[in-house]
Structures are given as structure tokens and as C-alpha cells.
Design a protein around this ligand. Structure first.
Ligand SMILES: [Zn+2]
Length: 401
């Protein structure tokens, strides 16, 4: 998809060839990079070496940032005319391939779609970034801002890749005018998304023979009061805290365990709570609030209950829609997808870790989140090409402000 006649600083915009974009994506999908935390996890090292080679071949500097044993981010640079920086970030890891109904690593192309694990989440975004950088590097273009590429490990579990990247950026965060974090957004510019806080609640009862349950205290029945209370929070109280882009906070019970035998009144019951936060809510503050509410419920209802420390927290994020990264990316995308708009999302991403170190960030990429992690994961190739063109235009249009 070329942009004939459009130019920046009097230059002709280098063409981006759709079949080249497809070829890059196919190569990425053919390199397994299942997160090692998942069954069949290969890690991201081979894909990292591919990205490194890709940059070297364009005579661009590339560097490894070692994050853990055998796991490294790859950081590349397309030098600009100023020290102002634009970061393009995408994760290299994917989820497992168990149960897939298409070959996960063939990169089969059919009917304008490319199939395989990671095709949508988020190798398509990485391919679009690589294609944009390649087009500009081969044309010998030096944009006003320096574009940095970061292909990182471990987005699908504990975010160690982007966390290490954010630590590295932190001392010079003011140099960054913004970051684009690749995820399947359907070419929407996501300027706000939710965070989360996950913890366990245990309720204790007294075991006895279930032929005479009145002699004991049934922990599962007791837990029912907690479940009712959490539903009430979700349905009645959280809607008042809705954020205009992400919607309201949510609470979802995602697991339950209790009982040891069919003929014993259960003495223990545990639930897993997944509380999603909205911009403006701090996960640890939210956790303390819920802990307090549950302890109040316990004393009102005579429950014996404990609330564990959170085992996962992640941050919500929001970038002002007047930030240049939001405005320039939206304008660049609307050239190819006039319906593109600024939106919010319910999921978490690497972007919140960059926002925490004061880099204005947005989430953007081809494909739809509903196709991520699926049995027949696929991506519409025309959208990958549109994303590549939009990123190329972003790099060319953004000012060193
Ligand atoms: Zn992803």
C-alpha cells in the first residue's frame, strides 16, 4: 500500500509492499516462541535472533538486553535527526499451541489470512513495525525523531521483558515523545486500559459427618455470603466508578475449591478473585479497600475469613488524548482506516509499565483481540499492511517536540 504523491519534508514516502509484509510475518510465525511458562514453551531466543539479524541486515544498530537466563529483549534503532525518541514495542512470546486446529508454525496463507500461533497476538504488530523500519532504512531516510524498536520477552505471564525495558528507559524517559505498544486492537488507538489485582479469599468452617450437617459449619455455604457480596459490588457499586474509555471496574470470581469428601461437611473453601481496575485506581489501594470490606462482612455475618496478599497486580493506564503520540498515530492510521478512533480496552498490556516511567504510550496493532489465543488464530493480511503503512507515516510525520 503506497502513498503516491504524499511526502514529508519534500521526500517521497517509501512504498510498503504487501507481499513483503506477509513474508516477514510468515517468517515470524514459523519461529516458535511459546512462553516458557506454558506447556511446550520454547522461549523467545530464536525469534530474538531473527529480529537482531533483520536489523543488522539493514545496517541498523541492535542490542540484546538480557532479562533472564536465555531470555533477552532486542533493541534496535533507526537513527533520526534529533535525540527525541519514538518507541515501537511488541512482545515476542505467545501462548501454548495445545488444542489448535490449524498448524501452529506453518504460517499458512489462505483467503487473505495468515494462520498460526502468534499470527494475531502479536507477531502481526511486530511484522508491521519491522516492515515500516525496513522501508525507511532501505530508502536511506533519517526521520526527525529517532525510532527505537523493542522486541521484548514475556508479556503473556509476568511482564519481565517490558519491566526491564522500562527500568532502562527510566533515567532518560523525558527523551521519549511516546511509545506504540503492539497488540491486536483492530487499528484502534488504545489510550487507556484496565489493570488488575488477583488474590484468594479463604473461609473456614467446622468439619463433621454430612449425615448430620448441623453439627458442623459448612465453609461452602459460608462462602456463598462472600459471593453474594462480590456480585453486589460488581453490579451495584462499581458502575458508578466507570471510566469514560474503559468502562467500570469489575470483579470476577475465577476459581473455587472446597470440601474433601462427599460425606464430610467442608471446613475450608477458597475462591480466586480477579478485580479489574480502571485508570485512577491503584491496585494495592483497591486491594486494601476490598480486604476491609470483606473483613467487615465477616464480622457482620459471623464468618471466619482470611484475605491473602495479591499474587498478581498490574496497572491500569491512561495517556491524555492530546499527547502527540495519540494525535499523530490516529492521523496516520485514518489515512488507511478512516473509521479508526481513540478507544479504551479492558485487557492489560505492556503499555502500563511504560506509562509508569512517564512515557506516553498507546496500544495499537492489526487484528482483533477476539482472535488472540484461539484454536485457529489468524490475521487479516491487509490489516497488517495498513498497520505497517500507518507506523511508517507516524515515524515520518512526528515532530521532535
Ligand atoms: Zn499480546
Amino acid at each position: 500500500m503506497s502513498s503516491p504523491g504524499r511526502g514529508y519534508d519534500g521526500r517521497i514516502v517509501p512504498d510498503i509492499n504487501g507481499s513483503r509484509v506477509a513474508e516477514i510475518l510468515q517468517q515470524l510465525v514459523r519461529i516458535p516462541s511459546v512462553n516458557p511458562a506454558f506447556p511446550g514453551g520454547t522461549g523467545e531466543a530464536e525469534l530474538g535472533r531473527y529480529v537482531e539479524e533483520f536489523l543488522y541486515r539493514l545496517n541498523l544498530p541492535a542490542e540484546r538486553q538480557v532479562v533472564a537466563g536465555g531470555r533477552f529483549n532486542v533493541l534496535g534503532t533507526l537513527p533520526g535527526r534529533s535525540q527525541r525518541k519514538l518507541l515501537l514495542e511488541a512482545h515476542m512470546d505467545t501462548v501454548q499451541t495445545i488444542g489448535m486446529t490449524v498448524p501452529p508454525f506453518d504460517g499458512r496463507i489462505e483467503g487473505g489470512r495468515l494462520y498460526g500461533r502468534g499470527a494475531c497476538d502479536t507477531k502481526a504488530s511486530l511484522a508491521a513495525m519491522l516492515a515500516a523500519i525496513e522501508a525507511l532504512a532501505l530508502a536511506g531516510i533519517r526521520p526527525e525523531v529517532t525510532a527505537e524498536l523493542a522486541a521484548v520477552v514475556d508479556e503473556e505471564t509476568t511482564y519481565i521483558g517490558v519491566s526491564a525495558l522500562a527500568e532502562r528507559i527510566k533515567p532518560n524517559a523525558a527523551d521519549y515523545m511516546g511509545a506504540v505498544v503492539g497488540e491486536p486492537t483492530g487499528l484502534a488507538v488504545i489510550s487507556a486500559h484496565k489493570g488488575c489485582c488477583r488474590f484468594y479469599v479463604d473461609v473456614y468452617g467446622v468439619a463433621c459427618h454430612s449425615s448430620n450437617p448441623a453439627q458442623g459449619v459448612n465453609a461452602i455455604n459460608q462462602m456463598n455470603k462472600v459471593l453474594t457480596f462480590l456480585s453486589e459490588l460488581h453490579e451495584s457499586r462499581y458502575p458508578q466508578r466507570a471510566h469514560p474509555l474503559t468502562g467500570p471496574p469489575t470483579v470476577c470470581v475465577t476459581g473455587i475449591q472446597g470440601g474433601i469428601a462427599p460425606n464430610t461437611v467442608p471446613a475450608d473453601c477458597r475462591i480466586t478473585v480477579d478485580r479489574r481496575t480502571v485508570p485512577g485506581e491503584e491496585p494495592l489501594v483497591v486491594y486494601e479497600e476490598m480486604k476491609h470490606q470483606l473483613e467487615e462482612l465477616a464480622s457482620a455475618e459471623g464468618l471466619e475469613l482470611t484475605v491473602s496478599e495479591p499474587f498478581v497486580i498490574d496497572y491500569a493506564m491512561e495517556t491524555d488524548r492530546n499527547e502527540p503520540i495519540v494525535r499523530y498515530l490516529l492521523a496516520a492510521t485514518q489515512t488507511y482506516e478512516p473509521q479508526a478512533s481513540v478507544q479504551g480496552a479492558a485487557y492489560c498490556s505492556d503499555a502500563s509499565k511504560l506509562v509508569r516511567v512517564a512515557v506516553p504510550s498507546v496500544v495499537f496493532g492489526p487484528g482483533h483481540i477476539s482472535e488472540a489465543h484461539t484454536q485457529d488464530e489468524w490475521i487479516e493480511l491487509s490489516q497488517v499492511e495498513q498497520a505497517a503503512c500507518a507506523l511508517r507515516d507516524l515515524i515520518l510525520s512526528v515532530k521532535a517536540i
